[in-house]
Design a protein around this ligand. Structure first.
Ligand code: ADP
Length: 352
């Protein structure tokens, strides 16, 4: 079992409240991702679960038992640090078996557990090498191997891929997802990278300023973000927001608002993702001027400004064959099925 429950958890350093009361229930076997901008409290929360930081308030339950004051070594949680935390003077085998050795596990059993972990991670042939003889990705596997040998109830990952290059990060993402399926063990994974969160998490918890904005399955959150913060945090390029125009705005801005089809009087703004806007001719949509076109190969991102207004939009088109240039006038069409409405506080409202 590996259930982790946080109830009204708080953390303060002197007078500084960095975690302001959070609730999360991580199910046994689940891959939970903590994601949010830098400094929002993800690592602190993970470190409180590991026992590396004291808990200022609230309850931490591991498999139903209060663990606030349990010795870190007795919590059944294994933290995976970034790969540079390997001992340079030990071989891979010694690095992976070190915690077992410290715990007094006999040599033969230690070897058995290290060999088993190495075969899962496909690094058996590296066991006699030293860290400096490994690539970045191989080192990261060893760092994970050190945690696997301890047979934890829960793995805790703190930005484990952040010092790998982009291509390797993608490989390791897939590798970690495979590992999770194979082991079936609870994993809690901290990252500031929304793509890692979206692709790896069974569920994700979006942190902001020491609080949690939303917890849910990645696509559910992407489609139904609880508020404007979450809507903006997930998705690249970011979502477009349009504020309800007042009397001072031009006719063109009012026309834009009409085309968004928002009739709910409580709506103060709407959000529409770049992939939910279609480009048509100026006569067929809301006229806008092209500012910049980014060709990505499989898609293009078009930046436009509303004609007769200040509103800027990013539009993502999968067809990058269309030739567009700065100064061209296009028409915007909105896919109403996906337009989101928010109230004056920025909270999602269920009806457009
Ligand atoms: P994240 O992992 O989301 O980037 P952290 O959990 O590392 O954020 O930090 C959350 C906040 O707590 C930050 O404002 C940080 O400056 C503060 N903080 C973290 N550790 C300490 C510490 N030991 N003493 C004082 N403040 C700290």
């Amino acid at each position: 079992m590996g259930q982790v429950q946080l109830t009204a958890i708080r953390k303060s350093y002197a007078n500084n409240d960095v975690i302001k009361g959070i609730d999360i229930a991580v199910e046994d076997g689940e891959f939970m991702v903590f994601v949010g901008p830098s400094g929002c409290g993800k690592s602190t929360t993970l470190r409180m679960i590991a026992g590396l930081e004291s808990i200022s308030g609230g309850d931490l339950l591991i498999d139903g038992l209060r663990a606030n004051d349990t010795n870190p070594a007795d919590r059944g949680a294994a933290m995976v640090f970034q790969s540079y935390a390997l001992y340079p003077h030990m071989t891979v085998r010694e690095n992976m078996g070190f915690s077992l050795k410290m715990a007094g596990v006999k040599r033969t059993q230690r070897d058995e557990q290290v060999n088993h972990a190495a075969s899962i991670l496909k690094i058996t042939e590296l066991l006699d090498r030293y860290p400096k003889e490994l690539s970045g990705g191989q080192r990261q596997r060893v760092a994970i191997g050190r945690a696997i040998v301890r047979k934890p109830k829960v793995f805790l990952f703190d930005e484990p891929l952040s010092n790998l290059d982009a291509a390797l990060r993608v490989d390791m993402r897939i590798e970690l997802s495979r590992l999770h399926k194979e082991l079936g063990t609870t994993m809690i994974y901290v990252t500031h990278d929304q793509v890692e969160a979206m692709t790896m998490g069974d569920r994700i918890a979006i942190f902001n300023g020491g609080l949690i904005e939303q917890i849910g399955r990645p696509m559910d959150i992407y489609r139904r973000p609880a508020n404007k913060f979450v809507a903006h945090f997930l998705g690249s390029p970011t979502i477009n927001f349009v504020n309800r125009p007042d009397q001072s705005k031009t006719q063109q801005v009012h026309f834009l608002w009409q085309q968004l089809n928002c009739t709910n009087p409580a709506a103060a703004s709407v959000g529409v993702r770049p992939e939910h806007i279609r480009l048509a001719s100026a006569q067929e949509g809301v006229p806008a001027e092209v500012l910049l076109v980014e060709y990505l190969g499989d898609a293009m991102i078009v930046h436009v400004k509303l004609q007769g207004g200040e509103e800027l939009f990013k539009i993502k088109q999968s067809d990058s064959q269309v030739q567009l240039a700065a100064g061209d006038v296009v028409g915007l069409q909105f896919n109403h099925d996906y337009v989101l409405a928010f109230d004056a506080k920025g909270t999602l409202i269920s009806r457009l």
